[in-house]
Each structure stands twice: as C-alpha cells, then as structure tokens.
Design a protein around this ligand. Structure first.
Ligand SMILES: Nc1ncnc2c1ncn2[C@@H]1O[C@H](COP(=O)(O)OP(=O)(O)OP(=O)(O)O)[C@@H](O)[C@H]1O
Ligand SMILES: [Mg+2]
Length: 493
C-alpha cells in the first residue's frame, strides 16, 4: 500500500501542512484586502460628502447675500425646510454632477423630513437609499451602508453609501448621501479569489511532485540497502552494504549496519572456530586412547603392560574430564547461570593460601613464588570463584616461567579498588597475541599447545567481569608478563 512507504507519508503530511498554511494565508490576504478596499472607499465617500456639504454651504452663503440684497427676511436664512434651499441644492447637484471629483459618485440630499430634495442624474430608483434615513435623523451620526439596487436588464448593482447630517444651530439642517458602485472592488476581490482558487491546489500539487522527486532521490540509498540486506544470509555475512556519501542519518545507518554485520561475522567465526577447536581437543585424547587400546588388544600382554595402558588411558580421560568441566564452567559463566556468592573475603588470606598451595608446584619447577602478606583487604566477592581466578593466573605464571625464574604476587589497595598483580620472569607473550589470549582455546604457538587447553584465562576473565572488575596484561617476550586484576572494594558491589 502506498502509505506504507516513508516517502509517501512524508509527502502527504507535507502537502497537508502546506495546503493548510496556504489556505490560512489566503483567508488572511483576502480578508485584509477586502477590509482595506472598503476602508479606501469609505474614506473617499467621507471626503466627497464633506466636499459636497462645504460647497453647498458656500453656495448658500452667496445666495443669502442675494436674498438680503433683495430685501428678503431673516427667516429665509435657515436651510431647514426651506424650499429656496431645496432649489439651490438641486441646482448645485445638477451643475456639479459632471465635476471630475464626483465621477462615479451619486449625490442625494434629504431634508429633515426624509424628503429627497436633490438627486444627481441617472440614479436608479431604490427604496434602499432611504432605508436608514429615519434612524440617522435620530442618531445624528454619519452612517455607511452597502446594498444592491436592481437594474433593468442587468445584474443588480452593489452600492456603498455614506449619509452625513449637516447641522444648523445644533439641529440637523439636511442630509447628504453619497454613493459609489462597488463594481471594481468586487471585480478585484473576485479576481483574487479565482487566482487563489487555482494557485493554491496548483502549488500544493507541484510541491508534492517536487517533494516526491526529492524524497525518492534522498531515500534511494535505503532501497539499495534493502536490496543488499535481502541477499545477506548467515553464510555471506562478509557482504557489505554500500555506504552512501550523504553525510546524514542514512549514511550513519549504513555504517552502523555494516558494523553490526562485522560483529555478527566475528561472533559467527568465533562460534565456528570454537566448534573446530573443541572437536580437535576432544579428538586428540580419544585418538590416543583408541590407538593404545587397539595396539594392546592385538595380542596377549603382561599385567604390567595392561597397567601401563590403563594408566595412560586414565590420564587422557582425566584430561577430557578437565576439559569438559572447564567448558561447562565457561558456558555457565557466560550464560550467567552461575550466581556468584557475595560475602566478605579477606584477599590477603585468600592469596596467601593459594600461594602456599602452589609453592610446592613452583619449587618442583625451580621457580620462586613470592608473596608479601599485607594487612586485611576486605572485598565482597565469591571466594571460590576468586580462588579459581588466581589459581589460573599463578598456574600460567609458573607454567610459562623456565626454572630459575620468579613469580611475584602483589596486593595493593587503590582508591575504591584493590589491585592484584601477578608477575613472572617467564617467556612473555608477543604483542600481537595479547588481544587473543583471553579467547577460548587460544594458546600461543610459542608456549606450545600440549601444556593446556587455552581455557584458563577465558574463565578468569569471565569471573572478573561478573565481579565488576577488570583484568589487564603487560608482557615483554623473553622478560616476563604481568597480569593485573582490579576489583572494586566492598562498598561498590
Ligand atoms: N604468564 C604467562 N606467560 C606467558 N604466556 C602466557 C602466560 N599466561 C598465559 N599465557 C599465554 O596465553 C595462553 C592462554 O592462556 P590460558 O591460561 O587461557 O590457557 P592455557 O594455560 O594454555 O591452558 P589452560 O589454562 O586451559 O590449562 C597460553 O597458552 C599462553 O600462550
Ligand atoms: Mg592457563
């Protein structure tokens, strides 16, 4: 389905947001233009109404002088309900209706009874003109209005009017009503409406197309990645996905994915290597036992011969038993099946005990084992597992140190931790092998492969990790090695 691709989702959201934004923008634009066009026409109407009033009043002042000259009475000076004034107003309108300032402006004048006393030419009849006159005579305030007037054989004409009272001694003398057709405003607004109506969907549509193109271009590496990932199986974990040089999340995703493939390939290789190593380890003693038993069975042997063969077979079986025990231990450790005990252990006592146990072994090899006891160093740990760690380290140190050499154990508390270093003056480990010695079954070729299984350090390492500690090694070929274990003190466990 189309909505299942990120591309279409992004574009659809984008188009929706754009459409909404443009819609709101158009509404605001239309509303503001509408308001400002009306404000303009209202300003124009007000200025025209004021112009008409001032011009008529000037006419009337001159007319009053004429009347006075002719001996007219004071009473006729008032514009209120004055027929003379009505005539003057109509004359003024007739004369001025062609004035350029009044082009497209209708002018009508009403007396205080609401009677139309003057009207510019060509104003179609409509009751709407007089609609608000009565109200206005009461409120005495200028008034705007918009209405349609029917035209014969044409669309109704929309008109905006302004009616303004003129006062005489605080009383309304007459009302001037000016009006202007809204044809041009309506045309402008309709044009804007049409443009927006076409432009808005068109913009959204075009943006959608451009967006789709850009999204396709941006996301095309993802499609390629998907295609490559489809081809990756357990057998070809070495295959990599192409890294797009886009310097963005997609590049980082591809790099992270390749890193993950590397790690998977490593762990796959480790697993396969483990199975191979294990088969090899199991095969050697089994072959030895089988060979010896077969040879022995070929003819009748003396009891002493049988005993020799049985002893040798027993040694091989012991080896196999140790191997399986070690492997089981390692597997349980890695699967976190072994729950480490946590009880106070005095490291000084523990290490001194191990050193005493191994001293005989060391002396047999003419290696000096040195440990200078320290005051109490208490940590929270599993004593049996800790013993296993130091037994393995000391076993290695003694095993890989030629006679006449020396093995030292050094216990040293450091802030929050304790450091135990086991150093020897043995054969050392080549620098390029240091990273491998903690791997299962790894044995340096230099030290020979028949001395051990290559499991001691893996076991020690997994125990130390489970105790939240760390183990490091420093070594120089021919000079010796130092294995340093760092363990947290009681408070941190
Ligand atoms: N103190 C040391 N001096 C020199 N090489 C060492 C020392 N400790 C470990 N190694 C090297 O690291 C390898 C791995 O050690 P590890 O204890 O895991 O295995 P191992 O001693 O060979 O066998 P296992 O401990 O299972 O009987 C050893 O085979 C040896 O080559
Ligand atoms: Mg060992």
């Amino acid at each position: 389905m189309i909505f299942k691709s990120i591309r279409s989702k992004i574009i659809l959201w984008y188009m929706l947001v754009l459409a909404l934004t443009l819609f709101v923008f158009s509404l605001v634009l239309y509303h503001n233009l509408n308001k400002s066009l009306y404000r303009n026409i209202d300003d124009l109407l007000r200025s025209r109404a004021e112009g008409v009033i001032s011009s008529i009043d000037t006419y009337w002042e001159t007319e009053k002088l004429e009347i006075a000259k002719d001996g007219g009475k004071e009473a006729v000076y008032s514009k209120i309900n004055n027929e003379h004034f009505a005539q003057l107003a109509q004359d003024w309108v007739d004369e001025k209706s062609t004035d350029p300032a009044l082009v497209n402006i209708t002018v009508q004048i009403y007396d205080i009874n609401g009677r139309n006393i003057a009207s510019s030419q060509n104003i179609p009849e409509s009751p709407n003109f007089k609609k608000n006159i009565a109200d206005l005579l009461l409120t005495r305030k200028a008034h705007y209005d918009t209405f349609d007037i029917a035209l014969p054989d044409a669309k109704p004409l929309r008109l905006r009017t302004m009616t303004m009272p003129e006062f005489e001694n605080g009383r309304i003398a007459y009302l001037v009503q000016v009006g202007s057709p809204l044809t041009s405003i309506s045309a402008s607004l309709n044009r804007l409406q049409a443009i927006l109506f076409i432009l808005l969907p068109l913009t959204v549509f075009l943006t959608g197309i451009v967006g789709a193109f850009l999204a396709k271009k941006t996301l095309s590496p993802v499609d390629e990645m998907i295609a490559t990932i489809h081809q990756i199986t357990a057998e070809n974990l070495k295959q990599k996905i192409g890294i797009p040089r886009t310097n963005d999340e997609i590049q980082r995703l591809a790099e992270t994915f390749n890193d993950m493939l590397d790690r998977l390939a490593d762990s796959f290789t480790t697993q396969q290597q483990f199975i191979q190593d294990l088969s090899h380890e199991l095969k050697t003693p089994l072959t030895v036992i089988k060979g010896e038993l077969e040879v022995t069975l070929k003819k009748l042997r003396s009891p002493a011969d049988y005993e020799t063969v049985l002893i040798s077979s027993l040694e091989e079986i012991d080896k196999l038993t140790r191997l399986t025990e070690n492997l089981l231990m390692l597997a349980r450790m890695e699967n976190k099946e072994i729950v480490l005990e946590k009880k106070p252990v005095d490291l000084n006592v523990l290490i001194a005990g191990i050193a005493d146990d191994l001293r005989i072994l060391a002396e047999q090899k003419q290696v000096r084992l040195e440990y200078e006891p320290r005051p109490q160093v208490n940590i929270m740990a599993d004593p049996a597992q800790l013993r296993r760690v130091f037994l393995n380290l000391l076993d290695n140190a003694i095993k890989y140190t030629p006679s006449g050499g020396r093995v030292c154990i050094n216990l040293e508390p450091v802030p929050d931790r304790v450091r135990i270093a086991v150093s020897d003056t043995g054969v050392g480990i080549p620098a390029n092998e240091l990273k491998n010695i903690f791997h299962r079954f790894y044995r340096s070729e230099k030290t020979g492969s028949d001395i051990g299984f290559g499991l001691g350090l893996s076991i020690a390492n997994s125990i130390i990790l489970a105790l939240h500690g760390s183990i490091e090694v420093n070594s120089a070929v021919g000079k010796g090695s130092t294995f340093t274990v760092i363990l947290p003190l009681s408070s941190q466990l």
